[in-house]
Design a protein around this ligand. Structure first.
Ligand code: ATP
Length: 232
């Protein structure tokens, strides 16, 4: 697996007229496990941590590297390696139809409109979405929309998939469907989730609380820590 390294990575955001607020305290981590979950309360800093992995958020101090590549200085190389799946597929799906959305994902990797169309259709078919290729993404169910968004990410064959609460908006059946897809991937997975069943299927679980990683261990240890925090 690829090594994702945080070296004293800190994120601060300006507070107008009041200095800055630390939304991620200095964090040092080496993530080499196939599946890493990040759990914690709303607003604790999970997305901030996840977004550092592909440079969507930049460290204010310290460094984050993926396979030795600095997420700031070598952002393009890192984004080729790290696919990012958002909670709300609307953040990613912007084209009139599903097939055009996949084509948009492929714009840099597949040259020529005909080749791109062919590849996009085969990506949709591989995810059971062939019948929806020419539908508007708005006509799909929430689960299907998330599947199209994830298909667009996977079409680029990333080495790592970072998924930020990919099932939060989904019902139980679609949560299972998207969860099963994520856990069937060969890729390394960093999964931000409120679903403790999904977290329990990972190799390592980080608990984020009040802008810092407060527990880091096996699912049993970390989920125990988190539930104790919530119950305290
Ligand atoms: N660009 C920003 N400017 C100001 N504050 C921010 C910014 N990004 C995040 N924050 C704040 O930092 C804190 C952590 O946000 P983050 O999105 O990382 O939390 P989270 O644990 O992912 O929450 P949730 O479970 O609700 O998605 C929140 O209080 C959020 O409002």
């Amino acid at each position: 697996m690829t090594s994702i390294q945080f070296a004293e990575a800190t994120v601060r955001v300006p507070l107008p007229g009041r200095g800055a607020r630390e939304i991620l305290a200095p964090t040092t981590l080496t993530l080499t496990e196939r599946r890493v979950a990040v759990i914690g309360a709303n607003g604790s800093g999970k997305s901030t941590l996840a977004r550092l992995v592909n440079g969507l958020v930049r460290p204010s101090s310290g460094r984050v590297t993926v396979d030795g590549h600095d997420v700031v200085r070598e952002g393009a190389a890192v984004r080729r390696m790290v696919g990012f799946c958002f909670t709300d597929p609307a953040a990613q799906l912007v084209m009139p139809t599903c097939v055009e959305d996949i084509e948009l994902s492929l714009r840099r990797t597949v040259k020529g409109a005909a080749a791109r169309r062919e590849r996009a259709l085969s990506v949709l078919a591989a995810h059971g979405l062939a019948d929806h290729a020419h539908d508007s993404v708005h006509s799909l169910s929430g689960g299907q929309r998330q599947l199209v968004a994830l298909a667009g990410v996977l079409a680029l064959e990333p080495t790592i998939v970072v998924a930020d609460e990919p099932t939060t908006l989904l019902d139980r059946a679609n949560t299972r469907r998207i969860g099963d897809l994520l856990f069937a991937l060969d890729q390394q997975l960093v999964l931000v989730t409120h679903d403790l069943d999904l977290a329990a299927r990972c190799d390592r679980v980080l608990v984020v609380d009040d802008a810092r990683v407060v527990a880091d261990g096996s699912p049993a240890e970390s989920i125990g820590h988190y539930t104790a925090l919530v119950d305290a």
